[in-house]
Write a protein that binds this ligand. Structure first.
Ligand SMILES: [Mn+2]
Length: 355
């Protein structure tokens, strides 16, 4: 953890910032191993202080190493405390990850001699590149997710409801060590499968339905993300055509991906197959997103992305085709970008017709 704050300091100095305020819980977790602080103040050349309310103070003292902890009592003016410290440290150019408008206005009024600068990228530059310790946790999260998918493919049956299947998947992943889930499990069938995030309603599975199962375990704080689409019984030629198109799109993208490649090029590699087969308009989202402590992080893989993939990025590759009233197909895996190629972390068969 200490190494991470030092790396952040390097980024701050490079950007001409002499301090940084962290308010985002996940950034706090990344830097200190503790997410229940209220603010983390970091001076570019030395001190860092974690501000923690009463309720979490003992836990912080127990869990946080190598960081000064300042107790905040109810009724204390946290912004005032921060501002005093910022002045005492002589921080003139202060970056921050996120700040709510009220805090920003208050800090700006209070700190006349300090410039406040939005600087999220200083954090993302670190979080986008996963270290070996993080990758081990992500591999484990992916393994649990793959086991969850295995379970899903075993239990999917006609007459079961989407929610019943989702509950079984969640239970299986929990039992295998998942900390809740990385996001709300999606089991979307029939017409609901045409909505990338499901129908938000329950439904009984029917023969011939397209069924999109999008799941993710969380382990050691790290997320995983995986989707398979299946159908029960015979698949119509159109369903097969859509499925094969999505599968080819994913395969094409995985084949070319490597460190140094532009994210939008990877998106294009998958998209061109879908466009060529006439479904370009039906691929309504980007090809993928970064995954880490959050399930949606930079780098984004989409036609407008300005990111370049780097070894150590963990991203999803998830082409989809969605036809309103008919159904949708999405196939998604979480992969680690390497100097050459990728390591696919999530594993399950690619098979449309299940039983
Ligand atoms: Mn995803």
């Amino acid at each position: 953890m200490k190494g991470r704050i030092d790396s952040l300091r390097k980024n701050l100095r490079r950007e001409g910032l002499d301090g940084y305020v962290v308010s985002n819980r996940t950034n706090m977790l990344y830097l200190t191993g503790f997410q229940d602080g209220s603010r983390l103040l970091i001076s570019a050349d030395g001190e860092h202080i974690l501000y923690v309310y009463n309720v979490n103070y003992e836990a912080a003292e127990d869990l946080v190493k190598g960081c000064r902890i300042e107790r905040v009592d109810y009724g204390d003016d946290l912004e005032q405390m921060l501002a005093c410290r910022i002045e005492a440290l002589g921080l003139k150019s202060l970056g921050f990850d996120v700040m709510d408008a009220q805090t920003y206005i208050k800090m700006k009024e209070r700190l006349k001699g300090t410039e406040l600068k939005p600087a999220r990228e200083a954090m993302w530059a670190l979080r986008k590149i996963k270290g070996e310790d993080e990758l081990n946790l992500m591999r484990k999260a992916a393994e649990i997710t793959s086991m969850g998918m295995k379970k899903a493919l075993e239990i999917v049956e006609e007459g079961a409801t989407q929610r019943e299947i989702a509950a079984e998947i969640d239970y299986e992943m929990r039992r295998l060590g998942s900390e809740g889930t990385a996001f709300e499990t999606i089991v979307a069938s029939g017409p609901h499968s045409a909505y990338p995030h499901g129908g938000y309603v329950d439904r009984k599975l029917k023969r011939g339905d397209l069924i999109v199962i999008d799941i993710g375990a969380r382990y050691g704080g790290y997320c995983s993300d995986m989707t398979r689409t299946i159908t029960l019984g015979e698949a119509s030629p159109k369903k097969i055509e859509i499925y094969e198109t999505v599968k080819k799109a994913q395969k094409d993208a995985l084949k070319v991906m490597r460190g140094g490649m532009e994210a939008r090029e990877v998106d294009n590699e998958a998209r061109k197959t879908i466009v060529k087969r006439g479904y370009g308009e039906r691929f309504v989202h980007g090809l993928g997103h970064g995954v880490g402590l959050e399930v949606h992080e930079p780098p984004a893989l989409n036609p407008k992305s300005r990111e370049t993939l780097e070894p150590g990025n963990v991203v999803t590759v998830e082409p989809g085709i969605y036809i309103t009233g008919f159904g949708g197909v999405r196939i998604e895996d979480t992969v680690l970008v390497l100097r050459e190629g990728v390591e696919v972390l999530t594993k399950a068969p690619y098979q449309l017709v299940l039983k």
